[in-house]
Design a protein around this ligand. Structure first.
Ligand code: PEP
Ligand code: MN
Length: 359
């Protein structure tokens, strides 16, 4: 797959990190769109967002103003010189958005989860050279996310980026959507150069968390941020709790710390290089120890098999876990981490013993 880095997209705006895309969740009225855009432009924001067609989870909520909103985006573009972007969920949206001069499209989380819809959008885009961002699907499935990007790439879309907006869960979580950063990191490992934008608004669901999520994404080398901003969030027609007034957005952006990105040991920093070598060596040791542990588990499996014992000995497992947690706490490893680690190790041991016992 040929994916271009965002600095090579030829967007006629400065493409320094972090690239910020901001604007309301939904376009509501011409005045709301224009006033928000002017305020954002004053703060140096160069890419405006607004949802025109809104995929809502339940019926009878506000589903977007539709095509008339595209006229307003066109005005934003003419008046402020900002690039404008909107979400497309089907072929009609693609054709309408292109007709009205929208500069950048994105595919929403609910649409990315549907390969038929993505394929239809990809085919509608054939022959148009427009940048497209693909939000992660609502479910934590990196293959589905990659698949959507591949569909666009296959119909010739060259400027493709990804937007990480977190994943739905049934359990209540502090944030509206669980970030599961590993999935975004994995996408980036699998698709070299893919521009990666974080959408802290939809991860957070509440404006109080936007600062911390934005900072975290920058510390993970994301290229930019898509943040919802509305002139009067409390009266917004969608996603009221998570939208920031333009001046609040400015405060958040000002506070962000931009750390250096070093990509390899050859990056002249000797100390960093040495530390990385150390990490690699420690990882090798971890593997040897894990391998040894699994071999012992297999021997135990043989013993249990010969003596007709069950694989799982509840008391023994509870002891191991408790001991590990106590030890971890003494070494300042969090309980959550130790639990996850040991459950994974234990599961792998059980799998190995199952194989032995079914021989
Ligand atoms: C949006 O950007 O307003 C939106 C609907 O986001 P998502 O597709 O991430 O839910
Ligand atoms: Mn929204």
């Amino acid at each position: 797959m040929e994916i271009k880095e965002i600095k090579d997209w030829g967007l006629n705006i400065a493409c320094e990190r972090p690239i910020v895309i901001a604007g309301p969740c939904s376009a509501e009225t011409e005045a709301q769109v224009l006033i928000t855009a002017r305020d954002l432009k004053k703060q140096g924001i160069n890419i405006f967002r607004a949802g025109i067609w809104k995929p809502r989870t339940r019926p009878n909520s506000f589903e977007g103003v539709g095509t008339q909103g595209l006229q307003w985006l066109k005005k934003v573009k003419e008046e402020t010189g900002m690039l404008v972007s909107t979400e497309v969920a089907n072929e009609k949206h693609v054709f309408e958005a292109i007709k009205y001069g929208v500069d950048i499209l994105w595919i929403g989380a609910r649409t990315t989860a549907n390969p038929f819809a993505v394929q239809a959008i990809a085919e509608a885009l054939e022959g148009y050279d427009i940048p497209v961002f693909v939000k992660n699907p609502v479910n934590p499935d990196v293959e589905l996310w990659i698949g959507a990007i591949e569909r666009l790439s296959q119909t010739g879309v060259k400027r493709i980026g990804a937007i990480h907006r977190g994943f739905s869960t049934y359990e209540k979580h502090m944030y509206r959507n669980k970030p599961q950063w590993q999935i975004a990191i994995e996408l980036r490992r699998r698709i070299k150069n893919i521009p990666m934008i974080c959408d802290p608004s939809h991860i957070a669901g509440d404006k109080q968390y936007i600062q911390e999520i934005s900072q975290k994404s920058l510390d993970l080398n994301f290229d930019g941020l898509m943040i919802e901003s509305h002139i009067n969030p409390k009266d917004a027609w969608s996603d009221a709790k998570q939208q920031l007034e333009p001046h609040e957005l400015e405060l958040i952006l000002d506070k962000l710390v931009l750390r250096e990105m070093k990509t390899s040991i050859s990056d002249n920093n000797e100390l960093l290089g040495n530390l990385r070598e150390k990490i690699d060596e420690l990882d090798n040791n971890l593997f040897s120890i894990l391998d040894e542990r699994m071999q012992v588990a297999e021997q135990i499996g043989n013993y249990k098999n010969e003596n007709n014992l069950t694989i799982l000995q509840n008391g023994r497992w509870a002891d191991i876990l408790q001991r590990a947690i106590t030890k971890g706490e003494r070494m300042s490893l969090s309980k959550e981490f130790v639990e996850k680690l040991f459950k994974a190790i234990h599961q792998e041991s059980i799998n190995k013993q199952t194989v032995v016992m079914n021989k």
